[in-house]
Design a binder for this molecule. Structure first.
Ligand SMILES: C[S@@+](CC[C@H](N)C(=O)[O-])C[C@H]1O[C@@H](n2cnc3c(N)ncnc32)[C@H](O)[C@@H]1O
Length: 261
């Protein structure tokens, strides 16, 4: 992987499903569709896509991370209409091949999202759809407010991302990028990830920020955005607050859809 890169936590990726975590796409899929999933990670959502379009439909998952792709291939080996390929979203070579080209939570990690949208458009057939789901990390909300020690490291995380050219408000910039790429009938809808205490997803969704901070800890510290002591304190406070106090977490997301003219 490139130096200024980031590997997503495979545990978190593996807990996701098409129906829960890419709802807008789930509604658009039909049996027989061909679909490209860009930034597919461990393929949890991609496998759901393959099941939704079988038996005639076919799905390709692309990711630049060979380690995550190996997990995807092992985990979903039994799904016949599903294939995983290594590829960089900024250099896709597919031309007019898919009914739907989608990406979830990947453009937030790419410094040239406009180029990726153009590549996704070229990969879709005329009249086909591009469907992208992503975060606005500046709009996330917790009830009650998380401990200040966590907020210090969360702000450091956002500053580190921004320093790497990764858009913290990716979700809100997608419609403009779609139009610039020449996609038409562009629409965008909120698709927040909301979880409340007592719900089945609460355990892993409330772990998400603790897991994410641990996962990027070395990079945040090495780049000088926070100290090891600050991170340790943030995790300790966050974990105990998530266990006893957190009632509701809302991660701000939008799904944007465009048609290839
Ligand atoms: C947060 S994960 C999302 C995985 C999955 N789509 C999901 O929603 O759970 C982001 C994925 O994008 C991949 N990714 C990041 N930059 C990429 C690029 N330039 N080309 C291809 N994949 C990329 C990462 O390797 C990672 O698997």
């Amino acid at each position: 992987m490139p130096a200024q890169s980031h590997r997503s936590d495979p545990r978190i990726l593996g807990w996701r499903t098409l129906e829960q975590d890419h709802r807008c796409l789930a509604e658009l899929l039909r049996p027989g569709f061909s679909v490209l999933d860009v930034g597919c990670g461990t393929g949890a959502i991609t496998a759901g896509i393959a099941r939704a379009v079988e038996p005639e439909g076919h799905v390709v998952g692309v990711d630049r991370d060979e380690v995550l792709l190996d997990m995807a291939r092992t985990e979903h080996a039994e799904i016949e209409n599903l294939q995983f390929e290594r590829g960089d979203a900024t250099a896709l070579n597919f031309r007019e091949r898919f009914d739907i080209v989608t990406s979830a939570r990947a453009l937030q990690w790419i410094a040239e999202p406009g180029l990726v949208i153009e590549n996704m458009k070229h990969a879709a057939k005329r009249g086909g759809m591009v469907v992208v789901l992503d975060y606005n990390h500046t709009q996330n909300q917790w009830d009650p407010e998380p401990p200040p020690e966590f907020k210090v490291c969360y702000d450091a995380f956002l500053a580190w991302r921004q320093g790497n050219g990764w858009d913290n408000e990716m979700a809100d910039h997608l419609p403009g990028l779609f139009r610039s790429a020449g996609l038409v009938s562009v629409s965008s809808r909120a698709q927040d990830e909301v979880v409340k205490r007592g719900e089945p997803e609460f355990a892993w969704q409330s772990y998400l920020w603790s897991g994410t901070l641990q996962h990027v800890a070395k990079q945040l510290i090495a780049a000088g955005f926070c100290t090891e002591a600050q991170l340790e304190k943030a995790l300790e406070k966050y974990n105990s607050w998530a266990k006893t106090s957190l009632a509701r977490q809302t991660l701000a997301m939008r799904a944007t859809i465009g048609i290839v003219p």
